[in-house]
Write a protein that binds this ligand. Structure first.
Ligand SMILES: NC(=O)C1=CN([C@@H]2O[C@H](COP(=O)(O)OP(=O)(O)OC[C@H]3O[C@@H](n4cnc5c(N)ncnc54)[C@H](O)[C@@H]3O)[C@@H](O)[C@H]2O)C=CC1
Ligand SMILES: O=C(O)[C@H]1O[C@H](OP(=O)(O)OP(=O)(O)OC[C@H]2O[C@@H](n3ccc(=O)[nH]c3=O)[C@H](O)[C@@H]2O)[C@H](O)[C@@H](O)[C@@H]1O
Length: 435
């Protein structure tokens, strides 16, 4: 199939490279010329395991990039993988989606020979229920197009995680096709047929309505975010009793009804999606007159975890004027993404305390340096720890588990672990956030 993807960021590039690898001809359209050039040169514009290889193999070939929306005319289907950030009040900001939808409409309207089949425009981005229907289809139609004849719309939310995006896309737990038209459903089946054939096991397809598909994405993300907040809540209780929350989590995870995943308690959830999506659906529901008590509590608890981490550090050392190591800046291991990382409230809390911060991350340092140019950055965990009067662990990078003699070089070996990655040992004062 010939496929176009508007927006070549984390999702757009991963989906495009994987679809090209599965045999489709794919073009991504982005306003950022550096991204476009990188892809055409066979270089991945983002850090994501496995993506370099796919872009190197297909970039400039079955995978192309362009700044020109006219490219969609040679394709049967266009996915919108544009940002859906938050407004100041937490509600969803649809400006990028609406601009993209309008550009798609203009390009389709400019076609010299109207295509025999209507072009399918698929919402890949995470949007609140009814966005495709009420906000995007009308923007496409604004160019003088008729829905049903000139174009169709659908929702096909994405469930990949950063750090494992390629593997997740190629072996999803489910595919969700939200449509109101048989032809749209058929095109989505054609698109994913090679993936379902190549996947390790059966990939269930959920055929549903467009708004239901949009809501499934929010239900998925907020359920998982709330699960982590719940285990953090339980973990905080465990800590009060001197009980190891990880032993408790391992045991309850054996109950199939609970499941073993997303039970790692600690400094909380960050990233480009859990925080913004939770805020967006809370705001959207409130606009309809419903206040979600559980989701609001999940956010509140998440905001409190970095404060609890710093309070544990305060119990052992007054960090004012002292060197403090921050280990891990990315919102999770395997990515250089710092969007909504828990490192931000931790760094800001340490700054308020007057600490002399030295931070280290294996891949996210440059991103963080742009945001906080005034703190120090070490090129290894060992250098960050040298002479430090305290260390806080924010990201569970594997390499932190191997730290050992490095703690001996600390001025005051107090380690507060927000991710259960460092073993308790003699010679350091160790505090786990929930254990
Ligand atoms: N990051 C992730 O792992 C996941 C993200 N999502 C959702 O996917 C959507 C996209 O997220 P990301 O890929 O992380 O965003 P991103 O910010 O990494 O990428 C968006 C891209 O769109 C481009 N862009 C902006 N305006 C444009 C326009 N008018 N025309 C063409 N290109 C334009 C930007 O230059 C950027 O490259 C969001 O709704 C997000 O919630 C869903 C699942 C996973
Ligand atoms: O919509 C999205 O963008 C994506 O959001 C999450 O993926 P992602 O944010 O990449 O990463 P996760 O692995 O879900 O982790 C999110 C946060 O929760 C934290 N977390 C996760 C699991 C856990 O047990 N404990 C915990 O604190 C992580 O450290 C991280 O900060 C979802 O897992 C994906 O399914 C979804 O597609």
């Amino acid at each position: 199939m010939n496929v176009s993807i508007v927006g070549s960021g984390y999702v757009g590039t991963t989906v495009a490279a994987c679809l090209a690898d599965l045999g489709h001809e794919v073009v991504t359209i982005d306003i950022d010329e550096d991204i476009v050039d990188a892809i055409n040169d066979g270089e991945s514009p983002i850090h994501e395991p496995g993506l370099d290889e796919l872009v190197a193999e297909h970039g400039g070939g079955r995978l192309r990039a362009s700044t020109d929306y006219e490219e969609i005319l040679d394709t049967e289907l266009t996915m919108l993988a544009l940002p859906t950030p938050s407004n100041d009040d937490g509600s969803i900001d649809l400006q990028f989606m609406e601009a993209g939808a309008a550009s798609v409409g203009e390009a389709l309207a400019g076609a010299e020979n109207a295509a025999a089949d209507p072009h399918l425009v698929v919402t890949k981005s995470t949007v609140v229920p009814n966005t495709t229907e009420d906000r995007l289809a009308p923007r496409i139609a604004d160019a003088g197009l008729e829905r049903g004849t000139d174009f169709l719309v659908a929702s096909n939310p994405e469930f990949q995680r950063e750090g494992t995006a390629v593997a997740d896309f190629l072996n999803p737990d489910k595919l969700v096709f939200g449509t109101d038209d048989d032809r749209a459903t058929e095109l989505l089946h054609d698109l994913y047929a090679p993936l379902r054939e190549a996947a390790d096991g059966d990939v269930p397809v959920v055929e549903t309505g467009i708004a239901e598909a949009e809501m499934i994405k929010y239900a998925n993300n907020t359920f998982l975010a709330t699960k982590v907040s719940l285990i953090n809540d339980i973990g905080n209780i465990c800590k009060e009793f001197g009980v190891d929350a990880y032993e408790v989590a391992d045991a309850i995870g054996l109950d199939d009804r609970i499941g073993e995943q997303f039970l790692r308690s600690g400094v909380g959830w960050g990233g480009s999606c859990f925080p913004k999506d939770t805020d967006a659906i809370i705001a959207a529901a409130r606009e309809q007159g419903y206040d979600s008590a559980v989701l609001s509590a999940a956010v509140e608890l998440n905001d409190a975890q970095p404060k609890r981490l710093l309070a544990l550090l305060d119990d052992h050392v007054d960090v004012s004027g002292k060197r403090v190591a921050v280990l891990g800046l990315a919102f999770k291991p395997g990515t250089d993404d710092i969007r909504n990382t828990r490192a931000v409230p931790v760094i800001e809390g340490l700054q308020e305390r007057g600490a002399d911060i030295v931070a280290y991350d294996p891949v996210a340092t440059e991103n963080m340096r742009e945001r906080y140019p005034d703190i120090q950055y070490a090129d290894s965990a060992a250098t960050a720890l040298e002479g430090a009067s305290g260390a806080v662990v924010v990201t569970d990078w594997d390499e932190f588990a191997a730290l050992d003699a490095e703690f001996e070089d600390m001025a005051d070996p107090v380690v507060v672990d927000g991710r259960r990655i460092i073993e308790r040992r003699d010679g350091i004062t160790y505090e786990g956030l929930t254990w």
